[in-house]
Design a protein around this ligand. Sequence first.
Ligand SMILES: [Zn+2]
Ligand SMILES: [Zn+2]
Length: 334
Amino acid sequence: MAGKCRVCGAPAYARLEYANLQLCRDDFVRFFERRVERTVERYGMFERGSRVAVAVSGGKDSVALLHSLWKLRGKLGVELVAITIDLGIAGHSDRYVPLARRVCERLGVPCRVVDLRGEYGFSVDELRGLRRPVCSLCGAVKRYVLNREARELGAHVLATGHNLDDFLAALLQAYIRGDLKALAKLRPYLPPEGKLVARAKPLVETPERDTKLYVEALGLEHVTWKCPYSSGASSFEYKRVLDLLEEEHPSIKFQMLRSFLERIQPLISVEEPSLLSCSKCGEPSSSPVCQFCRIKSMIAKLETNEARLTSSRRRGPGFERAASPLGSSQTSPR
Ligand SMILES: [Zn+2]
Ligand SMILES: [Zn+2]
C-alpha cells in the first residue's frame, strides 16, 4: 500500500475508509484493541473481577476476540475461559476443534471442549434430516449449549465474536420479517436473567474486514475454510448489500448501528413473556419445552423411523418389532 501511517509515518498496512485513516501494522493492532476496550466499557459488558467465557469456533472473529480480550484482560480486570463445541460436522469439526485448542493453549486460556454427540446425544450432521435449514437449527443448538456450559463454568458473561456486519445482517433480517421481539433483543449486551448468563458482543463496533486484518497482522491461526452448511446461511446476502452501501458511503454501517441503538430500539416495546423452565431439561425457555429439546426429540423420531424401515426391510414380513440399535440409543448422558 502506497500510503503512510497517520500515527508514525511508517508504510501503511490498513486503509480504513470509514475513518479516512491509514495505519501501519502495529498502530492498526493498537487501534483495534482500543476499540474493543471502548466497546466493552460503553455497554458495560464486564465488571472487574468477572469471569468471561469466550465462545471460540476457531474462525477469524472468535480468534480475534479471544486474542484482543486476552491482551486487555489485565486492564479490564477479567479472567478468561474458552468454550469450543465439537458439533460433529464431518470434515469440519475434526479440523477446527484441534485448531481452537491450540489457539487457547498458546494464550494459556483454559478451554472447555464440549462434545455435542457424546455429551448431548446428537451431532449437527444429524440435523440434515429435519425440515429446517441446518444453519438455523445449529444456531439454536449453539446458543443453548454455550449458555449452559458458561453457567456451569461459573462465568458471569458469555462473549461471542459477532462483529458489526453480523449485527447489522441480523438487524436487516429481523426488520424485513417485522420481528419486533428479535429487534428488541438485538443488543450488544444482554444482562443475566435467571439461568441465562449475560451475553456480550465486544466486536459489535468492529467491521468484519477489520477482524480479518487483525488476525493477519498478528499471524494468528484461524479457520480459513467454510463450514459445509454455511451456503444455506442467508446472512451472506445481507452482508453483500451492506458492503455495497459501505462502498458508496463509507461509515454507513456505523451510522446504522448508532441510529438503531440510540433512536429506533428505545421506541420498540414488546411484552416479554416471562421466562419458563423447560419441562424436559430445566433450562430457561419461552415455551413449556425448549427449542433444544424439541430439536432433540425430532432427531430421535427420525432415527426411530429409519431404524424401523431398515429393520423391516431386513427381516421381511412376519417378525415382531425388535429393539433396533438406532432406536434404543437415544438417551444421552445429560
Ligand atoms: Zn504507525
Ligand atoms: Zn429443554
